[in-house]
Design a protein around this ligand. Structure first.
Ligand SMILES: [Zn+2]
Length: 154
């Protein structure tokens, strides 16, 4: 099942128009609650990362801010903003594909190691790292080059 859900997240990522494309699927008891991709530019919203968009959809679907018992499939490792939101939402498990430092230019990251974050977080989801890493990294092979070039220009 994990593979099927991650494949859906990859499909979502491909719908993104952002330089770094991410997709997320949130599942509870094998039922898909939300599928989303990042949309910062389209929505003119710096917080419109795939995880945040998916948390909003799943919350509406469950009619609750509490996403206890949910599994979250992310094509990219969640950034600190998204990790904080996922922790506040009390999700059960996070499965991610590509590590953030491999897909994003280092100067664009708020670099706090995942383990350091988890030590401090009140709610600690279990994490499965680098699941289907190759497929998830492939989405951004072009995108990250473009994003790196953008970074050089700015
Ligand atoms: Zn994020």
């Amino acid at each position: 099942m994990d593979k099927e859900f991650m494949a859906l997240a990859i499909g979502q990522a491909k719908k993104s128009d952002e330089p770094l494309k991410c997709g997320v699927v949130i599942v509870k008891n094998a039922e898909i609650l939300a599928q989303a991709h990042n949309s910062q530019r389209a929505d003119k919203d710096a917080s419109a990362h795939a995880e945040i968009n998916a948390i909003r959809l799943a919350g509406k679907r469950l009619d609750s801010k509490n996403l206890e018992g949910c599994d979250v499939f992310c094509t990219c490792e969640p950034c600190v903003m998204c990790m904080a939101a996922l922790s506040y939402a009390k999700v059960k498990r996070i499965v991610f594909g590509a590590s953030l430092d491999k897909v994003s230019p280092p100067k664009k990251l708020i670099s706090i190691a995942l383990d350091t974050f988890l030590e401090k977080a009140p709610h600690k989801p279990s994490i499965l790292r680098n699941f289907m890493e190759e497929e998830c990294s492939r989405i951004n092979e072009q995108g990250s080059r473009r994003s790196a070039l953008e970074h050089l220009r700015t």
